[in-house]
Ligand binder design. Structure first.
Ligand SMILES: [Zn+2]
Length: 354
């Protein structure tokens, strides 16, 4: 994962938010073209658990084979399934668009009745190694798992996607836990409040939206583990919200989602933390937290210190209730299958998240 590209892509998403009126007008035009698929485009279907993912590959020269692209989609789907216990929506249409350059170039996620729609751009020169280390498609799929909330709470949508994505890939054994913590340790400080900050609901900078939201999730995860003796974590709260019907195809008040999340863990952590972080800067001593969790920078990796007071919490966040014994990949748990065919699909998305 290249942190430079991570930042530029996420920043450009945030800049787009700053011109939302203009973007809305552009989006209407864009959606009209995005949903009218030519009949000769290739659509394949992945079944994962009880969910169906129709993958539409737009015509165009690409170095990646169709098999590579389908494997990449399946890995992302396995990752979110491993974290949430199931794929978040019954139906997803995924549109893959060839673009200039190398690697995965950015995506957007939309809700619609009974499911979601993701469009993602891939560089024509992308190799399978670029797809194998990609985080963006998992990030977009995590967006499917949370309800649409008002624009001033956009930080919770991006924060969950930013925080959960690498953990989800670790859970499905598609990402290394050491690298995951190395990157969290490297990047999370970007979510801390700067001078003049007015809280997450009122400070719509790139850093506070993506990493400030991720910081909220990280603090909530630690606190839920603390209050439940490491029996429950943010994962349980987010599964509770999803299983109460809170996926991207529904508009919810944020408070409703937080209340349901807290009911799922039995600890009012999300609501209390929201009260502290929504309209004021809430400073966090991240170096002290790394020490308590037993995570120490070691060159381009980290060392895990098991004598640290929150070492068990660190393992529970990383691996879930199974502990450091890695779970089997989600495909082994849920089964997945790929079918190929030629279809034309029209999909009218109505809600979106970067
Ligand atoms: Zn996003």
């Amino acid at each position: 994962m290249d942190s430079g590209s991570v930042q530029s892509v996420r920043r450009s998403s945030q800049l787009a938010r700053n011109f939302c009126a203009a973007i809305l007008a552009i989006s209407i035009v864009w959606l009209a073209s995005a949903t009218a698929f030519p009949a000769d485009e290739m659509t394949s279907t992945i079944i994962i658990g009880n969910s169906r993912i129709d993958v539409n590959i737009e015509q165009g020269a690409m170095q990646s084979s169709k098999e590579d692209l389908m494997k990449w989609v399946r890995w992302a789907a396995e990752s979110v399934t491993a974290y949430y216990g199931r794929f978040p929506v019954p139906q997803l249409l995924l549109r893959i668009v060839p673009s200039d350059g190398k690697g995965v170039r950015g995506g957007r996620t939309f809700g619609r009745d009974n499911g979601g729609f993701i469009t993602i751009h891939i560089g024509k020169d992308a190799q399978f190694s670029d797809l194998a280390r990609d985080w963006m498609l998992t990030h977009e799929m995590v967006h499917l798992s949370f309800p649409s909330v008002a624009d001033n709470h956009h930080w919770i949508e991006e924060g969950i996607a930013t925080y959960v994505e690498p953990i989800a890939r670790v859970r499905a054994r598609h990402f290394d836990a050491n690298q995951m913590w190395f990157e969290v340790m490297r990047d999370l400080h970007q979510g801390l409040p700067a001078e003049g900050d007015e809280g997450l609901d009122h400070t719509h900078t790139w850093g506070r939206t993506y990493w400030g939201g991720a910081l909220f999730c990280f603090l909530a995860d630690i606190e839920i583990h603390r209050e439940t003796g490491n029996k429950k974590g943010l994962q349980d709260a987010l599964r509770g919200i999803l299983n109460a019907g809170g996926d991207i195809s529904h508009d919810w008040e944020l408070e409703k989602a937080l209340t349901i999340g807290d009911q799922a863990t039995g600890a009012p952590v999300l609501q209390n933390l929201y009260t502290k972080m929504k309209d004021q800067p809430y400073n966090v001593d991240l170096p002290a937290l790394w020490t308590q969790l037993g995570i120490e920078r070691d060159g381009n990796a980290v060392k895990f210190l098991d004598a640290a007071p929150l070492a068990k919490t660190r393992d529970a966040i990383t691996y879930g209730s199974a502990g450091p014994t890695l779970k089997p990949a989600a495909s082994a748990l849920h089964g997945s299958a790929i079918f190929a065919g030629h279809t034309t699909t029209r999909f009218p998305p109505d809600k979106s998240s970067d």
